[in-house]
Design a protein around this ligand. Structure first.
Ligand code: PMP
Ligand code: GLU
Length: 385
């Protein structure tokens, strides 16, 4: 495996800051706001109760799994029984468990590109082959479904995507999900991993789950977690709803890797999934305003072309025009920008999107304005082609 490009860049920014450099960090996809007060109170209460200190059940506390089962019904129209729910140490581990459970050498996993960095490496770790289906900015970074269909073969075990998508902010429409479901249903045994961790950050319309389409629940592993909706990245809780056989296989994996997720964090998770989802409606407004700010700012960066994200908190400009002289790849450019402009971004190559860089705008309006100003100046100063 290669190192996580997102975490590597975040670490570089931390180190440069510790060395006294003035860095605006748009590398890491991490909400800047505080978690809701009720989540912190739930943690304090759980510690005070002094009864959540032992090994939890590998799959998670049963009352939490039941609460997640209700959440899936309430928010997503997904009818996973509590036995079909499993809690892990972040959505990242949830996905890893499932890929280990479903794929191995000789198998293929189809991944529409651009995709979140860890998907490709997690698939490679199992010995399976990731098969990427590329797309362009003009296609809104969503490969047409017929192109995804062409990539599926008898060796394909899993189709893996996120919507809203990290790194592009693209969102699959209900019509696209239905078209995709029709393709999946033609291949018995093909499973979908639908990563819905950005479900609450959708700017137009509402988030839809592929598992809610008739016939798809048995084929779908739905992934979610606390990191984005509740700004609880550090508590490391993710979860899945999945057919029972998949949950049982993932349970074996987790039992050998971590023994289960942190007990106190699971009590926090219960409070979060039971909270009224209306509490999260404000997220949409905050990120929509920031999306518009970042797009306005990037319009002043010479040569960069932007998509218009419909969700999540990322934008993925095409930076081909800046790849000149010694700056051959988007990784070279990202390194140049952190060192010379003090703005930290992640290169698009790691997301299967060469000639792009990813900006996370989960930060303050002031920092977005400062970062885009610095980018405009630095890029204007690059040698011309
Ligand atoms: N899926 C996507 C699409 C993500 O962007 C991330 C990054 N946080 C994750 C999963 C992993 O989240 P977690 O913090 O729950 O491991
Ligand atoms: N998912 C976030 C990102 O893409 C956090 C870092 C990570 O887990 O990769 O930046």
């Amino acid at each position: 495996m290669t190192e996580s490009a997102t975490l590597k860049m975040a670490q570089k920014s931390r180190e440069m800051r510790a060395a006294g450099k003035d860095i605006v960090d748009l590398s890491l996809g991490e909400p800047d706001q505080d978690p809701p007060a009720f989540a912190i109170e739930a943690a304090q209460q759980a510690i005070g109760e002094n009864k959540w200190n032992k090994y939890p059940p590998v799959m998670g506390y049963m009352d939490l799994r039941a609460a997640i089962s209700e959440k899936f019904k309430r928010d997503n129209g997904l009818h996973y029984a509590p036995e079909e729910v499993m809690v892990s140490t972040g959505a990242k581990q949830s996905i890893m468990n499932v890929i280990i459970a479903l794929a191995g050498p000789g198998d293929e996993v189809v991944i529409p590109a651009p995709f979140w960095v860890s998907y490709a490496e997690q698939v490679r770790f199992t010995g399976a082959t990731p098969v990427f289906v590329p797309s362009t900015l003009e296609e809104d970074y969503k490969p047409p479904i017929h192109r995804i269909a062409k990539a599926i073969t008898p060796r394909t075990r899993v189709l893996l995507y996120s919507s809203p998508t990290n790194p592009s902010g693209s969102v699959l429409t209900q019509a696209e999900l239905e078209e995709l479901a029709a393709v999946v249903l033609k291949w018995p045994g093909l499973m979908v991993i639908s990563d819905e961790i950005y479900e609450h950050i959708v700017f137009d319309g509402t988030h839809r789950s592929i598992g809610a389409i008739p016939g798809m629940l048995e084929r779908t592993i739905t992934v979610n977690g606390l990191s984005k909706a509740f700004a609880l990245t550090g508590w490391r809780i993710g979860y899945i709803g999945a057919p029972k056989a998949v949950v049982q296989a993932a349970n074996k994996v987790q039992g050998q890797f971590t023994s289960g997720a942190n007990g106190i964090a699971q009590r926090v998770a219960k409070a979060c999934v039971e909270a009224d989802p209306a509490l999260l409606h404000g997220l949409r407004e905050v990120y929509l305003r920031r999306r518009d700010l970042v797009l306005e700012g990037l319009a002043h960066v010479p040569g960069w072309r932007c998509n218009k994200p419909q969700g999540a908190f990322y934008v993925l400009p095409d930076v081909s025009a800046s790849l000149t002289g010694k700056l051959r790849t988007s990784a070279d450019l990202a390194l140049h920008l952190v060192e010379h402009a003090g703005v930290s971004l992640v290169d698009g190559d790691s997301f299967g999107a060469p000639n792009t860089v990813r900006l996370s705008y989960a930060t303050s309006d002031a920092l977005i304005a400062e970062a885009t100003k610095r980018l405009a100046e630095a890029v204007a100063g690059l040698p011309k082609n």
